[in-house]
Design a protein around this ligand. Structure first.
Ligand SMILES: *Cc1c(COP(=O)(O)O)cnc(C)c1O
Length: 411
């Protein structure tokens, strides 16, 4: 039987406990959506204000050189690279995850010109599938999408596959792919692999270099806490960089943007994967957030994440038996990302009732309640508060209130 005292004792021994105060969090709220919009690090407002008032305000256009704005996409990329096992010069920060996926898929098809199939999974993040569909349409028969059946990746890997595009952690179920094993299996069939690390970067150790991964993209605003709409990142293994070309050939990817040459020539290295002018203020926010994320030991982050997930599930079983929830995530922590998901026929209204009680999770159609577990600012006792709120919502049937059934645009 788990008690609040048991959880409070875990907080006292938590090696990551000191990180919570480094984030702005509203009083009384339990925030379980760090997997979708990471909380605000305390250092960010000051860094952004400095960039606004001192750099933009006073230096004006001179800030591009003086304040290193021009370096930010690759400098911030270096920091992300340390989280994902990249070497210097393998990561850039630019655009959105969706756009980066498009750029790198196109590059991958060109790297395997004799093959024309892109493999993905039907339950991949829809935007990833949409981007593949857009690329297939654009290339007018030049390539096709093959969706692997659940657990059927091996069968989908025929000799016609150019690239396999997978999310490391499934956004709905939190199921975690074995990144090294899948990478090896894809390579054994002569294809490239493109990992979407949107839900995993910053939550566990990833060694893209060590397992020979080819390409990756990921998100700046989820566990990395870069802020709403933070720019995304992309990774291209060094050995592919001379040959990897992407189709959005804007001036920031040119070898010499300020020569204003009318003919495009790609920059060498990762810089050719940039496109247009970088979003400086958002990059400054992400840069500041990464300093905080990098100060944590990823082994400790992962251990706490697994424990938070296990305890949450134990608490739900203990406090809300017979409430009609079914587990969507893998029960075994090693097979999950930093999230647990439960399904319920009244999932949307239940989540709204929870939010009304200050326990903020989110909902994914058709019936999934998602609880993101950000180990840097979530306390073990927060799980107690969250599950007590859930118990009350279910026991009192608070979710039946009409207000909780009205859908917002963002769920
Ligand atoms: C969040 C997420 C994205 C986000 O894409 P944007 O273009 O940045 O909106 C993409 N892929 C996956 C797997 C995600 O979880």
């Amino acid at each position: 039987m788990l008690t609040r005292d048991h959880l409070a004792a875990l907080d006292r021994r938590d090696p990551l406990a000191r990180f919570r105060d480094q984030f702005v969090l509203p009083e009384g709220v339990v925030y379980l959506v760090g997997n979708s919009l990471g909380a605000l690090p305390r250092t960010v407002p000051q860094r952004v204000e400095e960039a606004l008032l001192d750099h933009w305000g006073q230096d004006l256009i001179r800030a591009w050189n003086r304040r290193g704005w021009i370096e930010l996409p690759l400098a911030v990329g270096e920091k992300i690279g340390r989280l994902i096992g990249a070497r210097p010069g393998e990561v850039a920060v630019a655009d959105s995850t969706s756009v980066n996926l498009f750029k790198l898929l196109a590059a991958a098809l060109e790297l395997r010109p004799e093959r024309r199939v892109i493999v993905s999974e039907a339950d991949n993040f829809p935007s990833d599938l949409y981007m593949i569909q857009g690329l297939v349409d654009l290339l007018g028969g030049g390539c096709e999408l093959r969706l692997a059946a659940p657990g059927g990746l091996a069968e989908a890997l025929a000799d016609d596959v150019a690239v396999v595009s997978l999310s490391h952690v499934n956004y709905r179920t939190a199921a975690l792919h074995d990144l090294p094993a899948v990478t090896a299996a894809v390579h054994a069939r002569g294809a490239l692999v493109l990992w979407d690390l949107a839900h995993s970067a910053g939550t566990l150790e990833i060694d893209l270099g060590g397992c020979g991964a080819d390409l990756a993209v990921g998100c700046g605003y989820k566990f990395l806490s870069g802020g709403p709409g933070a720019p995304a990142f992309l990774y291209v293994a060094q050995r592919l960089q001379d040959r990897a070309r992407q189709p959005l050939t804007g001036w920031f990817g040119h070898a010499a943007p300020f020569d204003f040459d009318p003919v495009y020539r790609p920059a060498s290295g990762i810089a050719r994967h940039l496109c247009g002018t970088p979003p400086v203020l958002s990059l400054v926010a992400l840069d500041a957030a990464l300093d905080l994320v990098l100060a944590a030991d990823l082994g400790e982050v992962r251990a706490k994440s697994e424990r938070l997930g296990d305890l949450f599930l134990e608490l739900v079983a203990q406090e809300c038996p017979d409430s009609g929830f079914s587990l969507v995530s893998p029960r075994e922590a090693a097979l999950r990302g930093s999230q647990v998901s439960l399904a319920h026929a009244h999932g949307y209204a239940i989540m709204q009732a929870l939010i009304a009680r200050g326990v903020i999770g989110d909902f994914r159609a058709p019936d999934v309640l998602r609880f993101g577990l950000a180990p840097l600012y979530l306390r073990y006792v927060d799980l107690w508060q969250a599950v007590q709120a859930l118990r009350q919502v279910m026991a009192e049937e608070e979710w039946r209130a009409p207000a909780h059934r009205r859908r917002g645009v963002v769920t």
